[in-house]
Design a protein around this ligand. Structure first.
Ligand code: FPP
Length: 251
């Protein structure tokens, strides 16, 4: 499937002049979706992959610039080995089945997180995917894998401290912008929207620095049931919110 540019095909009811540039998603509720159906949790993750495909397509169609999906956290390494290995297999399958469509739609794939902790075959597949899509510029798809917001901040502090020790930066010159330049999301806009499905109202260590002024949404829908219309309705709700960024009125 190939999409037109958003100006060619405005999506129903969405104001194309006030689009979120960056949407971040905590894809929660796969396990509960499976449990409700007396299925193994892994079935929930498999169905969750279909929701990933839908959300990637919809964001590209609408004209969102960055989509960040929380697929595996640093804490998820504590899950049973069989579930971790099933998630890695699902990731493999996702790359195989979506590679052509994602690349064909000019989407650049970027991994945020400690990629080096992933199994080597998964790393190789991801690296090939990243290389293939390197020059694409219609949308960035950040897949957060072995990701933790505190770990990201710790890595940033180490990098900047290293520069300071080598005399390459003066500590007085460290600013918000310098910090943002040393995060995994460097050169990307901060999320305008963060969506966490399944009714849980936690951030769970996702993009801690970047979500300082992000609008938060906690739909009850379990991730495998989350579809195009759910996303469109949330974007419309976002467009009704007044964002002040700490100021008194919009300027
Ligand atoms: C949280 O639900 C979900 C995860 C830990 C995994 C998310 C992974 C996918 C949607 C698979 C495909 C992803 C990509 C990018 C290919 P949970 O298991 O914690 O659900 P629960 O809270 O109901 O148990």
């Amino acid at each position: 499937m190939k999409f037109n540019r958003p100006e060619d095909s405005p999506v129903e009811g969405i104001d194309s002049g006030n689009l979120p540039k960056h949407i971040a998603v905590i894809m929660d509720g796969n396990g509960r979706w499976a449990k409700k159906r007396l299925l193994n949790r892994v079935k929930g993750h498999e169905k969750g992959m279909d929701a990933v495909r839908t959300v990637v397509r919809t964001c590209r169609e609408i004209g969102v610039s960055v989509l960040s999906l929380y697929a595996f956290s640093t804490e998820n390494w504590r899950r049973p080995k069989a579930e971790i290995s099933a998630l890695m297999t699902i990731l493999h399958r996702f790359i195989e089945s979506e590679r052509d469509e994602i690349h064909g739609n000019n989407i650049r794939v970027n991994i945020i997180g400690q990629k080096e902790r992933l199994p080597e075959d998964v790393q190789r597949k991801l690296n090939d995917f990243i290389d293939l899509t390197r020059d694409n510029d219609a949308m960035i798809l950040n897949i957060a894998l072995s990701y933790g917001g505190r770990a990201e901040i710790t890595d940033m502090v180490k990098e900047i401290a290293g520069l300071a020790v080598r005399g390459r930066i003066n500590p007085d010159d460290i600013s918000d912008d310098v910090i943002a330049d040393h995060l995994y999301t460097r050169r990307q806009p901060d999320p305008d929207m963060l969506i966490r499905t399944s009714g849980e109202t936690r951030i769970s260590n996702f993009l801690l620095w970047q979500i300082a002024y992000t609008e938060l949404f906690f739909p009850e829908t379990l991730w495998p049931d989350f579809g195009r219309n759910d996303l469109i309705e949330l974007i419309k709700a976002y467009q009704k919110r007044k964002r002040r960024f700490g100021k008194v009125k919009e300027e």
